[in-house]
Design a protein around this ligand. Structure first.
Ligand code: SF4
Ligand code: SF4
Length: 433
């Protein structure tokens, strides 16, 4: 795509990066076929190609974001299916991240939108606040219908709908600790315990630590680590997301310097995609660029790391039919397809693949709260495809998808690592009764 940025504009490294990305697009439109919002809404401006044009126009003109551009960028899930499809290697993720930061800096949203976004940014990344908010949501649930009838308050209704009926008790697994291996040591990793996941389902990290320590891996939950910053990053809150990234880079660098690390493990693929991008996000920060690149190079999804270990024979084969739901951040963001499937099969599960596996379930960070209508359409489509597999349960690697799909799936949905822990001698997951 031709561009006409001025030399002065190109002196800004953010503009220079986006210009390089835009120029790679040859407008072929292949990406439209796999874009969930284009497939759902049928509007070119809700396709990757349409959004690239809108972003290019906005940045080239050097103007503040307008309502139309914001509408179509807000509807993007950042699912990155377009990056998997694009034959020209267009790095849409960095382009839309830049556009979101530009929108946040130059566009004044309506008051209620601003309040909802500020509340999400202030609550979700902090486990104690999030836990308190979920408990409060129980009291507000009877009013969800009322909120749904006012368009500007639909996000509040969506939050109430998504809140679980009961909030699990806090788990010690989120506390800083060194979990020693139960057999001869064959590795040492840091584990991101995360923010929302540690509140919604602490059993995922408990299963991870049990499985890894049984396999001879020392697991460090470092002092000072926190939210990866993905939630605020996707809302364009650049300063907040960079602060979260720096905080984690510091926490993991301290562990690296005192005993080394084979990997930094992440059990939520949405977080993994962002942490693998820390090196890019902090590239202009001289004090952090090298450390962040090191952290990104060490970041691995838990299934990526498990696949490098020589696993023993499983303790039991259930032979259960498992539909594997590959989160967008897993398959498109991190290009991890083979490892979780192979691990589940080797552990004795019978894998079945849903149709349209490339399409997002509509979770996408805070998307299911901020864009509840499109999100609900994508969820119904996903749930239908999963049910059609005839599976007994669903496995996935991202807490956002588990929350989104779980409420409607009609069958248990578990994290891949919970099933692996069970197969290799751990307890039966509570969700399986
Ligand atoms: S990230 Fe997903 S929703 Fe956004 S343009 Fe790409 S395919 Fe479409
Ligand atoms: S597939 Fe790639 S090159 Fe083709 S229109 Fe989409 S982003 Fe541009």
């Amino acid at each position: 795509m031709q561009t006409s940025f001025s030399p002065a504009q190109l002196a800004d490294p953010h503009i220079a990066e986006s210009e390089k990305i835009v120029r790679k697009c040859v407008h072929c439109g292949f990406c439209t076929a796999t874009c969930p919002t284009y497939v759902t809404l049928g509007n070119e401006l809700d396709s990757p190609r349409g959004r690239i044009y809108l972003i290019k126009d906005m940045l080239e003109a050097g103007r503040a974001a307008d309502k139309e551009t914001v509408t179509h960028i807000d509807r993007c899930l950042s699912c990155l299916a377009c990056m998997t499809t694009c034959p020209s290697g267009v790095h849409y993720m960095h382009l839309v991240d830049h556009a979101r930061a530009h929108i946040e800096q130059t566009y004044r949203r309506p008051l209620l939108d601003r309040l909802v976004r500020a509340a999400l940014a202030a609550i979700l990344p902090h486990p104690s606040r999030f836990r308190a908010a979920l408990r409060l949501a129980k009291l507000g649930r009877p009013f969800a219908g009322l909120f749904r009838s006012v368009p500007a308050l639909k996000p509040v209704a969506a939050m109430l709908d998504l809140a679980p009926a009961s909030v699990p008790a806090g788990s010690r697994i989120a506390l800083p600790a060194v979990h020693r291996p139960q057999t001869a040591t064959r590795g040492r990793v840091a584990l991101l315990t995360g923010c929302a996941q540690s509140v919604l389902d602490p059993g995922i990290n408990e299963a991870t630590v049990r499985l890894l320590t049984r396999l001879g891996v020392e697991v460090v939950v470092p002092e000072g680590e926190g939210c990866c910053g993905a939630l605020v990053h996707h809302m364009g809150r650049e300063a907040d997301s960079l602060a979260a990234a720096r905080n984690n880079v510091d926490a993991w660098t301290r562990v690296l310097q005192t005993g080394g690390l084979d990997a930094i493990l992440i059990t939520a693929s949405g977080c993994g995609t962002t942490i693998k991008d820390y090196g890019f996000m902090l590239r202009l920060d001289e004090a952090y660029a090298a450390k962040a690149a090191r952290v990104s190079a060490l970041a691995k999804d838990v299934t990526e790391y498990l696949a490098t270990l020589d696993l023993p024979a499983p303790a039991m084969h259930t032979g259960q039919a498992v539909a594997y739901h590959s989160a967008c951040s897993m398959q498109h963001g991190q290009k991890i397809a083979r490892q979780p499937r192979e691990l589940l099969q080797r552990a004795g599960f019978r894998l079945v693949e849903p149709r349209e596996g490339h399409l997002c379930c509509g979770s996408a960070g805070t998307y299911n709260i901020l864009q509840p209508d499109i999100s609900a359409r994508l969820r119904e489509r996903k749930v239908k495809n999963l049910a059609a597999t005839g599976a007994e349960l669903i496995a996935t690697g991202n807490i956002g998808c588990m929350t989104q799909i779980g409420s409607r799936a009609g069958m248990p949905i578990l994290h891949t690592v919970e099933l692996l822990d069970w197969a290799y001698g751990g307890p039966k997951p509570a969700a399986l009764g």
